[in-house]
Design a protein around this ligand. Structure first.
Ligand SMILES: [Zn+2]
Length: 476
């Protein structure tokens, strides 16, 4: 009895603390009218950077933006001088889970409900799609708390639990028992607030077809990290998006059996001729059926340690001290051990290059490429930091900085049907912005120097948010 009372009191105490609004220490400014003066602007549309601009934010929206010389700054505005800084739209992260790998065999994954929302926002990611959930109730409730102003984090679009067939490598996913089960899952999670669905590696064509039909009835979209189904097949079934670029396309494996995830997908991809008829036909099919592709290069880079020696990226990106600092000791040790085990593997570099070439060809053909980080793999890809690395790797893939930023901002907003409100810097849109020191249009790595992130016109202090979660990634 006494114990029960203590528990009840503890719950009351926790609830009491929790219902307070988030600590104001993280808010750098929430003035009603703010002018960001003398900034360089990369507006998210892919057009070149504009020098010496002034952006006026009013009531959470972008009121105006134009050359500082002719800008009309309201007399009540709080003016922030940002000479030497660049303003970009907030990133729209399209493969941005709430969870992180916890190791073990079979592998386990847990939500980082405290650290990830803060890190996404701190590093400029103002909108995310969760793209597969292992703790859907937590994801749905975190979204509600953020929207209500009770937690700090990005705007969230919730993806239901994975739709996986028989043969999953991790017990964090339900195994579908057939197309009826797929329909049941879609209805159930859509009723609870999921707005997208993700097919996984062993789903059957019948289950994918059922998923797509049920989701489309409600105007919701389906993406997939596929293996049992090739890209052209999935496009014919009606899928809306394919995760991981070229890496998950099994259709080029010579003896691929229907509904089976084949071995040796990587080997079949490495030797592909991106300009050859087979790949070009796949690209044409995807473009004609409006299937988007999500680029998730950081998780592949982290998994292939020798990249730095091969001229892709920098070793500093894989041993970024700021990333290691937010990891728990356990997460850091697991990641560093996993990296140490990877021996130089030229084949992997060839595959990554091929995947980059495919993403360029897809965009050239008119396809909608969107971007995310995928914070899974060997644990080296962390919320927010990985999103910035994705933009750098898109530049490494051959896109201009302005194009890479467009892929990571406006393109995602378009896919979500949110481009009238977010995704680029334009008068009338929500003031979801990141302010970075330096010039990412000239040196893309400058995108990492995030200083303030605005969400609906409220400016958050990037460094304070990062400091508040030191050592927590891998714990909560
Ligand atoms: Zn993923």
């Amino acid at each position: 009895m006494k114990t029960l009372l203590i528990f009840a009191l503890l719950f009351c105490f926790a609830a009491d603390v929790f219902t307070q609004t988030p600590d104001r220490q993280f808010i750098r400014t929430d003035a009603k009218v703010i002018a960001l003066a003398h900034v360089r602007v990369i507006d998210g549309t892919g057009s070149a950077a504009k020098e010496d601009q002034t952006i006026v934010i009013s009531d959470g929206k972008i009121q105006s933006f134009g050359p500082s010389l002719t800008a009309k700054v309201p007399s009540n505005a709080q003016t922030l001088e940002f000479n030497g800084y660049t303003v970009l739209p907030g990133l729209v992260g399209m493969h941005n889970h709430m969870f992180f790998p916890m190791g073990g065999s079979p592998p386990m994954y847990s939500n980082m409900g405290i650290s990830f929302p803060r890190l996404y926002l701190a590093l400029g990611v103002t909108t995310i799609r969760t793209t597969g959930s292992v703790q859907p109730f937590a994801d749905l409730e975190i979204k509600k708390l953020i929207d209500a102003g009770l937690m700090i984090g990005p705007k969230m679009h919730i993806t239901a639990p994975y739709l996986e067939g028989r043969g999953s490598f991790t017990p964090v996913m339900h195994t579908l028992t057939g197309d009826d089960d797929a329909r049941r899952m879609v209805k159930y999670w859509a009723d609870l607030g999921a707005t997208s669905f993700k097919a996984y590696m062993n789903i059957s064509r019948a289950e994918l077809r059922a998923t797509v039909q049920e989701a489309h009835k409600r105007g919701l979209k389906v993406t997939g990290h596929l293996c049992s189904i090739g890209y052209k097949e999935a496009a014919e079934i009606g899928i809306d998006d394919l995760e991981h670029g070229l890496f998950a396309d099994s259709e080029f494996v010579a003896d691929k059996q229907p509904d089976q995830c084949p071995q040796r997908v990587s080997a079949s991809l490495r030797q592909l001729d991106i300009n050859g008829p087979a790949v070009q036909e796949t690209i044409r099919t995807l473009v004609s059926k409006n299937v988007a592709i999500t680029s998730t290069l950081p998780v592949f880079e982290a998994g292939g340690a020798p990249l730095a020696q091969s001229g892709i990226g920098a070793s500093s990106a894989l041993l970024n001290q700021r990333v290691l600092n937010v990891m728990s000791t356990d997460a850091r040790v697991r990641y560093l051990q996993a990296r140490a085990r990877v021996s130089p593997e030229p084949n992997f570099v060839a595959l990554l290059r091929k995947a980059m070439e495919f993403e360029r060809a897809f965009v050239k053909a008119g396809g909608l490429l969107i971007a995310g980080l995928d914070p899974t793999g060997n644990g080296g890809t962390v919320a927010g930091f990985g999103d910035l690395r994705e933009v750098e790797l898109l530049v490494e893939a051959g896109f201009t900085p302005a194009e890479a930023i467009q892929i990571a901002t406006l393109n995602g907003a378009k896919f979500l049907g949110e481009d009238a409100r977010i995704g680029s810097i334009r008068a009338g849109k929500q003031a979801d912005l990141m302010v970075v020191k330096g010039n990412p249009a000239a040196t893309i790595a400058d995108i990492e120097n995030v200083e303030i992130v605005f969400k609906d016109g409220v400016g958050y202090d990037s460094e304070k948010l990062i400091q508040s979660v030191q050592g927590l990634v891998g714990i909560r």
